[in-house]
Write a protein that binds this ligand. Structure first.
Ligand code: HEC
Length: 154
């Protein structure tokens, strides 16, 4: 008797799961159809990347560059409104990927410090830069991708 109930219960559970899966599949299908164009897919890619990048920023970069991205004048350069970041896309990727040291001028202030290599994966570098390039008034024309980061050499 017990066995029978167990089998009956499992059958119900399995059927339940299956129909649930089908519903989700249908929903995903629909959203792709409604979303249609490539742009909406890449918009949601960017949103997801920024969400992941927020976490990377808060755990890795915030201690130096501050929660508001303004850094500490003369010691840690700003990312918010940084002309270096805005005009130097490849250099920004390189600095976050490999670290950055030596004299640089950011918004007319000279820095000569050391940002040690941060040990991030290419994907994390892309994510955190998408966050930084879309925060505190910063805007970005083109999303940073993992492939783009992978192509940047020391
Ligand atoms: C230990 C402190 C520290 C941490 C942590 C740190 N940075 Fe930096 N960062 C610096 C310093 C110092 C410089 C300037 C180095 C120099 O003088 O050449 C710099 C420079 C930069 C620059 C280029 C200059 C600018 O302001 O536009 C970027 C971009 C940057 N950091 C992004 C990041 C990101 C993103 C993270 C986290 C993934 C991060 N940094 C983590 C200290 C830090």
């Amino acid at each position: 008797m017990y066995k029978f109930f167990l089998v009956a219960f499992m059958t119900v559970a399995l059927v339940g799961c299956n129909s649930g899966d089908k519903k989700t599949e249908a929903k995903i299908d629909n959203s792709i159809k409604i979303g249609g164009a490539k742009t909406s897919a890449s918009k949601s890619d960017l949103k997801a990347s920024i969400a992941r990048g927020t976490k990377v920023y808060n755990s890795v970069c915030m201690v130096c560059h501050m929660p508001n991205g303004k850094g500490v004048t003369g010691t840690f350069p700003p990312l918010a409104g940084s002309d270096w970041l805005i005009n130097n896309r490849e250099g920004s990727i390189r600095s976050v990927k490999y670290g950055q040291q030596g004299e640089i001028v950011v918004n007319d202030v000279t820095y000569n410090g050391v940002m040690a290599p941060l040990g991030l994966s290419d994907k994390e570098v892309a994510d955190v830069l998408n966050y930084v390039m879309n925060s505190w008034g910063n805007t970005q024309d083109k999303m940073v991708t993992e492939q783009e980061v992978a192509a940047v050499k020391k």
